[in-house]
Design a protein around this ligand. Sequence first.
Ligand SMILES: Nc1ncnc2c1ncn2[C@@H]1O[C@H](COP(=O)(O)OP(=O)(O)OP(=O)(O)O)[C@@H](O)[C@H]1O
Ligand SMILES: [Mg+2]
Length: 259
Amino acid sequence: MIELKNISFGVDDDKGKKEIIRDVSFTVPDGKLIVITGPNGGGKSTLARLIAGIEKPLSGKILLDGEDITDMSITERAKKGIGFAFQQPVRFKGIEVFDLIRLATGKSISISDACSYLSAVGLCARDYIKREVNSSLSGGELKRIEIATVLARSPRISVFDEPEAGIDLWSFKNLIEVFEGMRKHIKESSILIISHQERILNIADEIMVIKEGRLINKGTRDELMPQLMSTDSAVRDCNGVGEKAVDITPEPCSTSALI
Ligand SMILES: Nc1ncnc2c1ncn2[C@@H]1O[C@H](COP(=O)(O)OP(=O)(O)OP(=O)(O)O)[C@@H](O)[C@H]1O
Ligand SMILES: [Mg+2]
């Protein structure tokens, strides 16, 4: 179980202090699949980076199974069982896909074991297992390989930031099945997915909405889906821009149609 307690985070930019995460608290219990959604720029990826230890909060605490991990490094957190798939996957020049998956499992595995993780994300294992993880891979291929490494690691908590990004319709269907398969076996671990996709929201045990750095809503899928699907505030904001002669505020137009 991971707990965020009153987490705040900000950066200094050219306009001064910019608050990105404002007093966010939530728990991801064991055995649950939680989906975070919300408008672009709301702070979702920043939250994922704070959980992984890439960023450190200005205030608040992060607890993993009751242990305070707020000051732990990325490596220490990974060892404790936090697995992370980035919105923009990392390219590791000079390493083969097989080695990447083997390293993720942390033990010696056969090629056929490694292949099973690639197949799970819809990649033909034979074609990819010996490929180098470099810029010759397409964005979608790289994303799927990264997801395969998180599956291989089978961490206490798996964080996927927009796993759907750049993934084709057929592989996406496969990916949903992978997540559904994972949730059946996650009694002692949990999955946190950041997503804008209705089909991913539809498999959540709980949905949390992050907007302007705040947790503005949370509830079960049955409680939140009707609200998310019926709200038209993003559309209304965009229409308003056209009606104003000078006071054009483009920011609301970037909000997700779900919010
Ligand atoms: N290092 C930084 N310096 C300045 N601004 C930052 C920095 N990191 C994040 N931000 C800003 O913080 C806000 C939240 O960014 P974040 O990437 O967390 O949003 P998001 O909810 O993941 O959006 P999306 O749905 O587009 O992926 C954005 O306005 C972003 O520009
Ligand atoms: Mg993001």
